[in-house]
Design a protein around this ligand. Structure first.
Ligand code: UD1
Length: 371
């Protein structure tokens, strides 16, 4: 008979929920493994958190640390204090952390100091830009993890260069794409969102913007808004606005810049299924998110990444991603090319193992290594 295994799964911020959902579903097939879900509460608004639990059918967290917003030190420190208590009480065999948010690193640090094994899902991605808080979280989490699951081959080289043994690295594909494909083919998915917003398939673009490098500096944010003013004269823009961007527009008193923009629809953050439908039916996406670069590549939707670099090079080499940074001319030129191209050039190729079966591969490996 198999021994009983206990695994703690950690989530904290919006992109984590999308990655954890298929893993929790798959682990139900392993009756000797008990899964415990810990939500750090880094994201706490219903629209940033609860709606994902509902849309993605994620079980209610066994623990919610209710950390909330705050500086990096505040978030990381408070998560560590609270998570350590849970680890001491539950004594798990393994913890699973995903992605690159503050909750990922904080919980991994607690586990390594208690000699608890760590699996990191989405390991090895590197932007080589240490001014990004996520880059620090990635490097440090990978250094202390025991099992590193990678989404693309470039990640393996990055990890090997940082001295991580190839024995710890598993190329299993992209678990977020499992969730995406499940939603796109789900009968419950809600095409009504297009009617609700008064938009027509392929006649609108989507924008998301939340990186500190784009929204925390007044001049950069102003440039971004002036680019949007130009683009919305050619195509409708739907912008589900992140709290960080919204707060900063108010703080810098930039609301007036929207007065002339008649073709931009600003809405609250969307749940996962509505967002997936909107993206899948859009002409193109403009974003500084990591996840959307991958989702657009999996769906074959053009993506303009409003950053100077990406930690996900496969989306450029094989996928639909174009790095445009915050260069006004480059953004507008790329947008016009996409708008004026009648037929989609079918040159992109779906990356290896982005096939909707990544959770199966990951959990099978975790089962083996914890036996
Ligand atoms: C975090 C992650 C980022 C990820 C993003 C997805 C880190 C370092 N950053 O950035 O990698 O791409 O989540 O959204 O972990 N806020 C709310 N309601 C919420 C959540 C946040 O109002 O539910 C506010 C916070 O109070 C804060 C701001 O939004 O003022 C930023 O939140 P924070 O968790 O610090 O980082 P994000 O920018 O969301």
């Amino acid at each position: 008979m198999n021994k009983k295994i206990k695994i703690i799964f950690v989530v904290g911020a919006r992109p984590n929920f999308i990655k954890i959902a298929p893993l929790l579903k798959e682990i139900k097939n392993y009756s000797h493994i008990k899964s415990i879900l810990v939500h750090t509460g880094q994201h706490y608004d219903d629209k940033m958190s609860a709606v994902f639990f509902k849309d993605l059918n994620i079980k209610k967290p066994d623990y919610n640390l209710n950390i909330g917003g705050g500086s990096h030190g505040f978030q990381t420190g408070n998560i560590m204090i609270a998570f350590e208590k849970i680890c001491l009480k539950e004594k798990p065999n393994l913890i699973v952390v995903v992605g690159d948010v503050n909750s990922t690193l904080a919980c991994a640090l607690v586990a390594v100091k208690l000699c608890i094994k760590i699996a990191h899902i989405e390991a090895g991605l590197r932007s080589f830009d240490k001014s990004m808080p996520e880059e620090i979280n990635r490097i440090l989490t990978d250094q202390i993890s025991d099992y590193l699951f990678i989404t693309e081959e470039s990640a393996k080289n990055n990890l090997l260069k940082e001295g991580i043994s190839s024995k710890k690295i598993f190329f299993t594909g992209n678990v977020m794409i499992d969730t995406l494909f499940n939603q796109i083919k789900s009968k419950n998915n809600n095409i009504k969102i297009l009617q609700k917003l008064g938009i027509i398939k392929k006649q609108y673009s989507i924008l998301t913007l939340h990186r500190p490098s784009n929204v925390d500096n007044k001049e950069t944010l102003k440039t971004m808004l002036s680019v949007l003013n130009n683009i919305q004269q050619h195509i409708k823009i739907v912008w589900p606005i992140h709290p960080r961007a919204k707060n900063n527009i108010n703080k810098f008193k930039l609301q007036y810049m929207f007065n002339k923009m008649k073709n931009i629809i600003i809405i609250e953050p969307l749940g996962y299924s509505e967002m997936a439908i909107l993206v899948n039916n859009s002409k193109f996406v403009m974003t500084d998110s990591g996840g959307l670069q991958e989702e657009t590549t999996a769906l074959g939707i053009p993506c303009l990444t409003l950053r100077e670099n990406t930690e996900r090079p496969i989306t450029i080499i094989q996928g639909t991603n174009i790095l445009v940074g915050s260069n006004k001319n480059k953004i507008i030129k790329t947008v016009m090319e996409i708008i004026n191209t009648k037929k989609k050039k079918n040159v992109f190729k779906k990356p290896k193992y982005w096939d909707g079966k990544t959770a199966k591969r990951i959990i099978a490996i975790l089962n083996k290594v914890t036996l």
